[in-house]
Design a protein around this ligand. Structure first.
Ligand SMILES: C[S@@+](CC[C@H](N)C(=O)[O-])C[C@H]1O[C@@H](n2cnc3c(N)ncnc32)[C@H](O)[C@@H]1O
Length: 261
């Protein structure tokens, strides 16, 4: 069965959440250290199943999460309820290409757009999205953007990410593997996700899901025009540990945009 973003069902099970949040938490804490949680509204752009927003709301912030996948939004609402933070969160089904309309022109103190979603948009689309995010950022606010730095992989034409075996929220086992392929000429990376999903615990019924995603390789040069834009400051890092970005070495491209007061 081939699936697309709108009928995403795999995302939460694909990620090792404990390790990921442990790695990212200090970075978020540092970015938010000068914000008073009660007065700070955050926006999670392409929130997936909302685990980051739930984490921030547990710290006292409140906010909105937007995602195009109905399943992800349903799961995000379930997790918010289970974590007792539903009164601080509004998860909205919507397209981030129309983010201003989706959030009804509300503005935010902290916006994050992470988990490599930036790479699914071409340079033109992503610049439009980023401009829209700057419009709805309050003065003194910050935008965090993270995507994988595929340039660090340019010499390996194919690679894979460690397979992930876990029990799904429905009880069955899920096994995922991500195979990656560099397309030098197009400056794109194709990700083939192959997933085997057990219907329920102890069941002998397994289904095979596959998903193919094309990623446009983000580059620091894509942000050049932003760097000359008035009222904002842009900085680049190579990971969530504040390392300097190195084109052919860094795992990630992490961009922080700050709007002057
Ligand atoms: C790789 S996941 C990242 C999720 C989350 N940001 C994270 O860091 O874990 C990409 C997410 O983008 C969502 N997405 C893809 N295209 C979108 C769009 N046009 N508008 C809103 N969400 C979108 C998908 O449904 C999926 O949840």
């Amino acid at each position: 069965m081939e699936i697309g973003w709108k009928d995403e069902i795999l995302y939460k099970d694909l990620v090792k959440w404990g390790a990921r949040l442990e790695k990212e938490t200090p970075f978020f804490k540092e970015l938010l250290k000068d914000k008073e949680s009660e007065n700070t509204i955050v926006l999670d752009v392409s929130c997936g199943t909302g685990l980051h927003l739930v984490m921030l709301c547990k710290w006292g912030f409140s906010g909105i999460g937007v995602d195009i996948s109905e399943q992800n939004i349903e799961e995000a609402n379930r997790i918010a309820e289970e974590s007792n933070v539903q009164s601080k969160i509004n998860f909205i089904l919507g397209d981030i290409v129309e983010i201003n309309e989706v959030v009804k022109e509300q503005s935010f103190d902290f916006i994050y757009f992470i988990g490599n979603t930036l790479s699914i948009f071409d340079r033109h689309e992503r610049n439009l999205i980023i401009q829209k995010l700057i419009q709805i950022l309050n003065p003194g606010g910050k935008i965090l953007i993270q995507s994988v730095n595929y340039l660090a992989h340019a010499k390996d034409d194919v690679w894979f990410y460690n397979p992930n075996l876990k029990r799904s929220s429905k009880g069955g086992l899920t096994f995922h593997i991500r195979m990656m392929e560099w397309k030098e000429r197009e400056q794109k990376v194709t990700m083939y996700v192959q997933s085997i999903l057990q219907e329920s615990k102890d069941s002998d019924n397994f289904e095979l899901f596959k998903k193919r995603t094309e990623f446009f390789v983000p580059k620091i040069e894509d942000f050049e025009t932003l760097q000359t834009q008035k009222n904002i400051e842009v900085s680049f890092y190579g990971d969530y540990y504040w390392s300097k970005f190195k084109k052919e070495k860094s795992n990630d491209l992490v961009v922080i945009i700050e709007k002057n007061t």
